[in-house]
Write a protein that binds this ligand. Structure first.
Ligand code: ATP
Length: 199
């Protein structure tokens, strides 16, 4: 899977709109301390649906929006678009490229898009499931995360293997189906109650 490009505006230290193209092979991002290297990986994590602000090194979701400097006013929104190559068809969409966009306003309102079509966070989550990317993926390993993985409970480690082996999606669908089934059973019970009252 190839990360082709990232475009962002107003995300953390990146007030202006920037484009980063990733060519084939290995890309290394270098720069002085505090220049924004980790903010780029935060942006990638965020656009793929990260909801834990702790993982994004903030205290509230609004912290991902450019907060201003002495010379520049804070911005009202942050937006990140990630373009991934889909020529192998790994993502369940009929396009050669997958473009995922996330936008957040200071009001807390969020918007999500898949190939410029508005969608829910759930759709983005489902799209990345079993690809190793996404909120629960293992493609981005942060500083200190290896230690965390090794010291977590065996059930949590199991989740990583489940994602890698491609069964997370099926487990997720099974849970969703079970939820619907129990909701339907409850509805049926209510219908039966009403029917018996009418008889
Ligand atoms: P290091 O090499 O030390 O790990 P880095 O290059 O990875 O550093 P980052 O952690 O990506 O640097 O960037 C930190 C910078 O981003 C800090 O200067 C911080 O003030 C700035 N920053 C973080 N959030 C915001 C925000 N919401 N608005 C403006 N600037 C921000």
């Amino acid at each position: 899977m190839i990360l082709k490009n990232i475009e962002m505006q107003g995300f953390k230290s990146f007030a202006d709109k920037i484009y980063l193209d990733f060519n084939s092979g290995i890309t290394a991002i270098v720069g002085p301390n505090g220049s924004g290297k980790s903010n780029i990986s935060d942006a990638i994590r965020w656009v793929m649906g990260e909801q834990s602000i702790k993982s994004l090194r903030g205290s509230k979701m609004e912290d991902v929006i450019f907060s201003g400097t002495e010379k520049r006013k804070a911005l009202g929104f942050a937006e990140v678009t990630l373009t991934l190559d889909n020529s192998s068809g790994i993502f369940d969409i009929d396009f050669p490229d997958l473009q995922v966009t996330r936008r957040i306003y200071r009001s807390g309102e969020s918007e999500y898009y898949i190939n410029k079509t508005t969608c829910r966070l759930k759709d983005i989550h489902e799209l990345f499931m079993d690809t190793g990317l996404g909120r629960d993926g293992y493609s981005i390993i942060g500083q200190g995360q290896i230690d965390n993985i090794l010291s977590t409970k065996s059930e949590d480690r199991r989740q990583i293997f489940e994602e890698a082996s491609g069964i997370s999606k099926y487990k997720y669908r099974k849970n969703e189906a079970e939820k619907k089934l129990s909701q339907t059973t409850e509805n049926l019970t209510r219908v039966k109650d009403i029917l018996s009252e009418l008889e």
